[in-house]
Design a protein around this ligand. Structure first.
Ligand code: MG
Length: 105
């Protein structure tokens, strides 16, 4: 299990039930999994303050994917290995947007 990492979406994933996801994040962490929030937001200090506050409380780093072509590219740019991620996302199409299926790992 070592080295495994959860890539957790924020809007309509984490936000569906924050207390529930808080508990799940703690379960993941207590089982040795790292957790990173990957959200299709820009990281504006005002508009995205909810993400910053919630993930800050959980000590979960945030990747602001709206600056990139898709979430896969955002995680690569942030130094993560997307193939190693366990993606938890209500809109998985945004992880791998407009890429030919033949190029999937
Ligand atoms: Mg979402």
């Amino acid at each position: 299990m070592s080295g495994q990492i959860i890539f957790l979406d924020y809007d309509e994933t984490y936000t569906t039930n924050k207390p529930m996801w808080d508990s799940i994040v703690e379960i993941w962490k207590s089982n040795g999994l790292a957790v990173v929030c990957c959200t299709n937001r820009f990281g504006h200090s005002h508009y995205d303050a909810d993400v910053i506050e919630d993930m800050g409380r959980l000590d979960v780093p945030i990747v602001w994917a709206a600056h990139h072509a898709d979430k896969w590219a955002a995680m690569e740019a942030a130094g993560y290995i997307p193939e190693n991620g366990i993606w938890v996302d209500d809109r998985p199409m945004y992880i791998w947007l407009n890429r030919p299926v033949e190029t999937m790992p």
